[in-house]
Design a binder for this molecule. Structure first.
Ligand SMILES: [Zn+2]
Ligand SMILES: [Zn+2]
Ligand SMILES: [Zn+2]
Length: 100
């Protein structure tokens, strides 16, 4: 099972900063190639700022609920294609941080 890093994580990858029912997505940093619950968790635990992933990369987001790796297109549907867990639509406010 793929590991999600962050602060005060629950089983589905919710963290200290984002802990709503739909905050189950984990994001990958291009620099360290690891999945974090959010960029704030990443920046608290790493010695470098979160580096956005290229949207064309495959398997760049991780569903914390079932730990499936998803592509940008999968993520854009708003729910996990494997477990059908809905993602928080407000994540899109931070797309500039996570994707380029
Ligand atoms: Zn990093
Ligand atoms: Zn966090
Ligand atoms: Zn899932």
């Amino acid at each position: 099972m793929l590991e999600i890093l962050g602060l005060d994580l629950d089983k589905a990858g919710r963290c200290q900063h984002y802990y709503g029912p739909n905050d189950v997505l984990a994001l990958k940093c291009r620099d360290c190639q690891k999945f974090y619950a959010c960029y704030q968790c990443h920046d608290a635990l790493c010695d470098h700022p979160f580096k956005a992933m290229d949207k064309r990369e495959v398997k760049l987001v991780l569903c914390g609920n079932c730990r499936s790796l998803l592509n940008w297109q999968d993520y854009q549907t708003g729910a996990c294609p494997s477990c059908h867990h809905v993602f928080n639509p407000k994540c899109s406010y931070h797309h500039d941080i996570y994707f380029e």
